[in-house]
Structure formats: C-alpha cells, structure tokens
Design a protein around this ligand. Sequence first.
Ligand code: NAD
Ligand code: AHE
Ligand code: ZN
Length: 368
Amino acid sequence: MKTRAAVAFEAKRPLEIVEVDLEGPRAGEVLIEIKATGICHTDAYTLDGLDSEGVFPSILGHEGAGVVVEVGPGVTSVEVGDHVIPLYTPECRQCKSCLSRKTNLCTAIRGTQGKGVMPDGTSRFSYKGQAIAHYMGCSTFSNYTVLPEIAVAKIRKDAPFDKACYVGCGVTTGVGAVVNTAKVEPGANCVVFGLGGIGLNVIQGLKMVGADMIVGVDINGDKEEWGRRFGMTHFVNPKEVSDVVAHLVQLTDGGADYTFDCTGNTVVMRQALEACHRGWGESVVIGVAESGKEIATRPFQLVTGRVWRGSAFGGARGRTDTPKIVDWYMDGKIEIDPMITHTFALDDINKAFDLMHEGKSIRSVVVF
Ligand code: NAD
Ligand code: AHE
Ligand code: ZN
C-alpha cells in the first residue's frame, strides 16, 4: 500500500513529506493506522545526527496512538479495530529479561530494532524502490506503520488519540521513572533537571506519590511557570546561582533523596548525582546523551552512598503498564492536555522541531 510519511532522508535536514510504499504485515505483525504522534526530543536528537544508532533514510517517531487495521498470520493478542500504542520497549513475556521480572528492557527484538529493520531483518517501508529504515521499532511519523504484535499495547477505545499518544513515550517515561524506577516515597525531597516534555511528567509523578519538596532546575526561565503548574515547589535557574550543586544541597538540607536528569547533558547528569544526599540519595538518568559523551564523577560520591541509576521508558512493561497509565489519565489521576501545547498536520511537522529547539513548546502532536 501507499502511505504518507515524514521521511528523514539525511541527518540535519528537515523531514520531507512524501508518499512511501508499505508492505503488509508478515507473521506475528500488525498494520496500524497512526492517528496521532508526539514529537519527543529523542526524535530531534536522532535527526540531528547525535544518535549512534541513527540510520538514514528512516521514518522517525516513537510516540504514537492508532488503530489496528490488519493482522498477519498467527497474531492472537490484538485484532482489527483495537486501539493501540506502539511500543519502542516491547514486552514479549518470554525472553530472559521479561522473565527476570527485574527489568522492562525486553530483549526479544532489540537487535533488529536498533538496525532499523523488522525482526526478520527486512524493512516494510520503501521509496522509489529504496528501503527506508524503521525507527525505534515504531516509525509513527507515517500514517500507516507495521509493528510486531509484542510491540503494541491495547488501550481503551474512549481515550483520545491526540492525548494517548503521549503515553507512548513522555508521560510513561516521566511518571514511570518516579513510580517504577526510583519508587519515590511520600515526603521525599526531589530535584528535577530539565522541565520539558519529560521533566514535567516527572514532576506530576512526584506530586502524585506525595513528594515533599519538588525542586525544578532549568536554564530556560519560562519553565518556572510550567513546573509550578504541575506541582513544583521551588525553581532554580542555574544561570542565576554561582554553584548549582551547592545551592541545591543547601536548599534540600544536605542533598536530595532523589534527583532526575531530563536534559541528556552529561554535565547536568553529574550535577544531579552530586546534588543527592550523602548516604542514600539516588539519581536517575533519563536524558539520552549524544554519541561519544560520557559521564564522570569522583568515585567518592558513590563510596559515600549516592546511587546512580538509569531509566528507559520509565521502567514500564509496555503491554502491561501503558494501558494502566491511559486509565490514570482518563480517571484524572494525571494530566496530559495542558502539556500538548501545539498540534500540527503532518505537512507542518518540521515546525514542531523548530519550536522544541527554541524552547517554546512542551509537546507538539501531529494529528493525521
Ligand atoms: P525537551 O527539549 O522538551 O526538554 C529539555 C529541557 O531541558 C528544556 O526545558 C531545556 O531548557 C532543559 N535544559 C537544557 N539544558 C539544560 C541545562 N544545562 N540545565 C538545566 N536544564 C536544561 O526534551 P524532552 O522531550 O523532555 O526530553 C528530555 C530528555 O529525555 C532528552 O534527552 C530525551 O532524549 C530523553 N528521553 C529519554 C527517555 C528514556 O526512556 N530514558 C524517554 C524520552 C526522552
Ligand atoms: N540509540 C541511542 C539510545 C537511545 C536511548 O537510550 N533510548 C531510550 C528511549 S528514548 C525515548 O525517547 C531507551 O529506551 N533506551 C533503551 C534501549 O534499549 O534503547 C544510543 O545511544 O545508541
Ligand atoms: Zn521519546
């Protein structure tokens, strides 16, 4: 079939909206009509050539929601008409990782996913006879896409697509890092670095679990109002203090119980670790750092009890947990609507990248 898609032909070039060819689903795969997709900073990072797994040409996008329109042979867990969220972290429930119950990082198809192909090693997308790579196993910047059934979460039908898509990455990543990864307890003092589409969801997660101090840190002063809107109690602009770590340690009476990096900047990751309380403070790396960057700290920071950990997709088990997060939204336990600051048609998708780089949006969503 033909489908309209925003194609990343090369790094650092705007996406081009073209009609591509899409092969139907093979065994164990499903064809999905994408109804809406968010634009996450990770899409921009890959388009900017900063992703060591970046493949071009490709169809980016990994924060979508849509409807199953066709199923391949052997598919049993979803059927035509189901509303679904594509999962860049699938859940096969059979691999060593899924069975361990210690991680959400299913390994069933991670190898092929990172190479931009389906589990059988081929792409379903092509343009003028040339293969186009899939992205993070999702490629939601296409009106139609194909995914393995282990990489789709079935969600309730009354959830609006233009909001539910955000659960496909940002909401789950932020709220899940609090609930699943850090397991923040009521009364904790916390610091969130980077108040964008991820950081604000960490903040609303912290408010939901009853954190005490919720300190937001951002170099963009406009983010103070946004943070307060979702439960932030204190704001620090690193440009306005001489030593941000010392400032935060003093503000939190010796350091935070939990900190979260939502910037992807390795200097900030170090600050986030060192702003933790001696003896027990835990820092969660959520931000994705550009290819070649490394983190550093004095080992003494760890010897004296601080813990450095990471979180992918908020530690959420895709097929099990995302439908529950959609329920939390529908039941009013978490907010999504105010964070969707801009909505575009596919033709205008490049505007979403511009707004993100200018710090003028929280989340832009493309509605097909
Ligand atoms: P965003 O652009 O919406 O927000 C980033 C925020 O960080 C902005 O408000 C910006 O002003 C702030 N910032 C930048 N440099 C800073 C600094 N030095 N100090 C303090 N604040 C600073 O991006 P997003 O969509 O919220 O994504 C944030 C990060 O999380 C990205 O690196 C993204 O790739 C990553 N991410 C990771 C996962 C995961 O599963 N681990 C999932 C989604 C996104
Ligand atoms: N391709 C990058 C890694 C990027 C990365 O860490 N991605 C996160 C999700 S970001 C969503 O916006 C993730 O899930 N990581 C776990 C995984 O298996 O990729 C690189 O560095 O090569
Ligand atoms: Zn993302």
